[in-house]
Design a binder for this molecule. Structure first.
Ligand SMILES: Nc1ncnc2c1ncn2[C@@H]1O[C@H](COP(=O)(O)OP(=O)(O)OP(=O)(O)O)[C@@H](O)[C@H]1O
Ligand SMILES: [Mg+2]
Length: 277
């Protein structure tokens, strides 16, 4: 079976006063119907790699690749109009900051409905039912009430769940999730990951999961890419991450806080000076 995604020698370049800087430098990988984690420190090019796949790198940024193919479709030759037909319907991306991805002048319910209706037509009643069911499945209580709110009326964590609902409702073939659960409580995070997982298993969806959290990625994904300064420095099965050999990966692993380790105690304020006064 051909891979869902084939990327060869991907480069993303931004012009600067000192000439062009490559922020993604020759990234290659393929993705099947599996969960691929991308980890690496801030600025390593994770989001730019994700955005390149949807051709959402804004000018003056430029994207080059020897191959950028989704399900056999050469994305590099696709027009913006053709890309719009793919986005949402077949490839979805949960952006790192939902505040910039939700439309401020549309209610949450309307936006999720639009995500569903862009690619198929359904009776209004069924649309509403599906929107409410989707909100419920991302653990939003009172979905009918929340559907009538505008994005600024919900918290950051709820905004993130709304984004996830919007991206999952059309049941894409490929989901790119950029730090999708970073604003969520651990229990809600686990539930949201379960929903994504269910689509991976039931529909054979491919997932690119971008995260800073090595523990989360190594327990949740099948395979992992480690990025550093725009390059993939290590690629391994998730279960093997903790045995990784590249010094950069070893450094990332060493910086994971551990519960069984004691660090220098934090200084405690001496309150006696003002407590008696
Ligand atoms: N518009 C821009 N102009 C110039 N450089 C940019 C621009 N946007 C991003 N960059 C640079 O591209 C590099 C990669 O950014 P990217 O957002 O992919 O990092 P990231 O790995 O997702 O980081 P984080 O974990 O903080 O989200 C960064 O060094 C960033 O400074
Ligand atoms: Mg990022």
């Amino acid at each position: 079976m051909r891979p869902l995604l084939e990327i060869e020698n991907l480069r993303v370049t931004f012009p600067t006063t000192r000439g062009d800087t490559d922020v993604v430098r020759g990234v290659s990988f393929t993705l099947g119907r599996e969960r691929l984690g991308i980890v690496g420190e801030s600025g390593s090019g994770k989001s730019m790699t994700g955005r390149s796949i949807l051709k959402l790198v804004r000018a003056p940024g430029r994207v080059y690749a020897d191959k950028l193919a989704f399900d056999g479709i050469d994305l590099s030759t696709r027009s913006e109009k053709q890309m719009r037909a793919l986005r949402g319907a077949r490839i979805s991306m949960v952006m790192q900051d939902p505040k910039f991805s939700l439309n401020p002048v549309m209610t949450i319910g309307e936006q999720i409905a639009e995500a569903l209706l862009t690619h198929k037509s359904l009776p209004r009643r069924e649309v509403n039912d599906r929107v409410h069911a989707m909100l419920e499945s991302v653990r939003i209580a009172e979905p009918e009430r929340v559907a009538r709110l505008y994005p600024h009326e919900v918290s950051g964590g709820m905004g993130q769940r709304v984004m996830i609902a919007m991206m999952l409702i059309p049941e894409p073939d490929l989901l790119i999730a950029d730090e999708p659960t970073s604003a969520l409580d651990v229990s809600v995070q686990a539930q949201v990951l379960d929903i994504i997982d269910e689509l991976v298993r039931r529909k054979g969806m491919g997932l690119i999961f971008i995260s800073h959290d090595l523990n989360l990625v190594s327990s949740y994904c099948d395979r992992i890419l480690v990025m550093n300064t725009g390059e993939v420095v290590e690629e391994c099965r998730a279960g093997e991450l903790m045995n990784a050999t590249h010094p950069y990966t070893r450094g990332l692993i060493a910086s994971i806080p551990r519960l069984d380790e004691t660090r220098d105690e934090l200084p405690v304020l001496d309150r006696s000076a003002w407590a008696k006064a």
